[in-house]
Design a protein around this ligand. Structure first.
Ligand code: HEM
Length: 195
């Protein structure tokens, strides 16, 4: 394998590691959930600032995955058509486009609505009426983060079998394991790491 391919492969893998952020975002928001309804206090400001300031890095990592992934396909002597014709590559490419769309929705629509509600509260504890509106928006954001986490896990699992596919049954078992892990990350603080 050429040096260029090796460097790109390394970039692609390190980038994939950095894309696991939705997992840690879920850990943080699940801990916040334990403190009760939104208050607009320093805890909320701290959490919202961290979450919203990860949007641009997430776009950068998605772009890097796409560009390095396409370059790897071409460097292996395959064509652009393979990105949609090869089932494994298509299963990495199409969901990446999906999560870019979800991130755009969070960035342009969901997050500004959450921010506006906290601004309305003006630093004072959110009224029960405002808390009632913030809660469902945060839950929707959390669900979308879970979809992103699942896609990153799936793409990683498919990444190691791009050139030498696993048997279908093993891919199915690993997909189920990724779904289970995502569900645990969504619904708990995963106190035991994997579970
Ligand atoms: C969510 C996005 C993605 C993640 C998390 C991801 C992750 C990974 C990982 C962990 C590998 C294993 C590398 C190895 O062990 O050799 C890999 C390989 C690969 N990925 Fe991705 N990937 C993503 C998106 C893409 C996209 C969009 C493409 C192409 C359009 C792509 C093309 C490839 C190729 C061709 C390989 C094989 C590299 C080689 O063996 O040289 N990936 N990916």
């Amino acid at each position: 394998m050429g040096t260029m391919t090796e460097i790109l492969r390394l970039i692609h893998i390190v980038n994939a590691m950095l894309m696991i952020w939705p997992f840690y975002a879920l850990v943080a928001v699940n801990q916040r959930g334990r403190l009760g309804p939104p208050l607009g206090d320093r805890v909320d400001v701290y959490m919202e600032n961290i979450i919203k300031n990860r949007t641009i890095p997430c776009f950068v990592f998605q772009g890097t995955a796409l560009v390095s992934g396409i370059a790897l396909v071409l460097l292996h002597g395959r064509t652009l058509a393979d990105i949609v014709m090869d089932p494994i590559l298509a299963l990495k490419f199409i969901p990446l486009i999906l999560i870019s769309g979800l991130l755009t929705y969070v960035h342009l629509s969901l997050q500004p609505r959450i921010d506006a509600l906290f601004v309305q509260a003006g630093g004072a504890p959110a009224s029960p009426e405002q808390a009632k509106q913030i809660g469902p928006l945060r839950i929707r954001r959390k669900r979308l983060a879970s979809i992103c986490l699942f896609v990153v896990l799936l793409s990683t699992m498919l990444g190691v079998q791009v050139w030498a596919p696993f048997p279908i049954w093993l891919t199915a078992v690993l997909t189920a394991a990724a779904a289970l892990f995502t569900w645990r990350a969504y619904s708990s603080v995963t106190p035991y790491g994997w579970a």
